[in-house]
Design a binder for this molecule. Structure first.
Ligand SMILES: Nc1ncnc2c1ncn2[C@@H]1O[C@H](COP(=O)(O)OP(=O)(O)OP(=O)(O)O)[C@@H](O)[C@H]1O
Length: 246
């Protein structure tokens, strides 16, 4: 089957004399698959994501994204505070070439999709952290990408807000058939969301282990099944962190 994203023998070093950050990474991600990247701090998760986004080039190997356009979402929502929620979304629509006359209605539709109906004219600074991340998600969706790349997008939010956003993200990605690569430090979050969890080892970053998450949706983060698989992953992650000496 054709991949949405494929990395073939990918290595990355930031300076010729420096040790590689990623070494010989092979990864194929299927269309519509949700893959969580987990690993010790500094093991190269964000670097891998940036390679897929095309923000960095590999030093060796090949990165291909046959699925097409990618959109990125970070922990910091990076919204323009002087614009409204809808204004931020419209900016992405404009960049995509959506005609001016259609932008407002489309921004309203996307805000409703992330469950912010009627908030088009809300100022960003007047929104809660969770609402801002919803706007950031709407803005990412406005790029009409089939691949969503997310770098710890919910790490700064409280547990209850995060839980709501897990449900929203799952609903939206299944409805739109998005391929998602999601970087996290949190094994439970990875099992709650992912179809597959990929554990990276550090120095150099490489794939240490993978788990298929064969649990039906909706999943609950506190369920025994999610907790059980997370415990196994956390044990393995602990071995990697100890080995990485960080
Ligand atoms: N532009 C850059 N120039 C030089 N070194 C870099 C650059 N970007 C990342 N690195 C280095 O590459 C390594 C991996 O960084 P990366 O941010 O990919 O790790 P990470 O697993 O996402 O870490 P964290 O979980 O702490 O966010 C680190 O040692 C980092 O210092």
């Amino acid at each position: 089957m054709s991949a949405a994203i494929s990395l073939e023998s990918v290595s990355k070093r930031f300076a010729p004399a420096a040790p590689p950050v990623l070494a010989d990474v092979d990864l194929r991600i299927a269309p519509g698959e949700f893959v969580c990247l987990l690993g010790a701090s500094g093991c190269g998760k964000s670097t891998l994501l940036n390679l897929v986004a095309g923000l960095e080039a590999p030093s060796a190997g090949r990165v291909r994204v046959p699925a097409g356009r990618t959109a990125v979402m970070f922990q910091d929502h990076a919204l323009f505070p002087w614009l409204t929620a809808g204004g931020n979304v419209q900016l992405a629509l404009k960049a995509r070439g959506v005609p001016r006359a259609e932008r407002r209605a489309e921004a309203e539709r996307l805000l409703a999709l992330v469950r912010l109906p009627g908030r088009h004219d809300a100022r960003v600074h007047a929104l809660s952290g969770g609402m801002r991340q919803r706007v950031a998600l709407a803005r990412a969706l406005a790029q009409d990408a089939s691949v969503l790349l997310m770098d710890e997008p919910f790490a700064a939010l409280d547990a209850i807000t995060r839980d709501h956003l897990y449900a929203e993200l799952t609903r939206i990605r299944l409805a739109l058939g998005l391929t998602v690569v999601f970087v996290t430090h949190n094994a439970r979050e990875a099992v709650r969301l992912g179809d597959r969890v990929v554990l990276l080892a550090a120095r150099p970053g490489r794939i240490a282990r993978e788990w298929t998450v064969d649990l039906p949706h909706p999943r609950r983060i506190e369920s025994a099944a999610v907790a059980g698989l997370s415990a196994e992953i956390i044990d393995r992650l602990g071995e990697e962190v100890a080995g990485a000496d960080v």
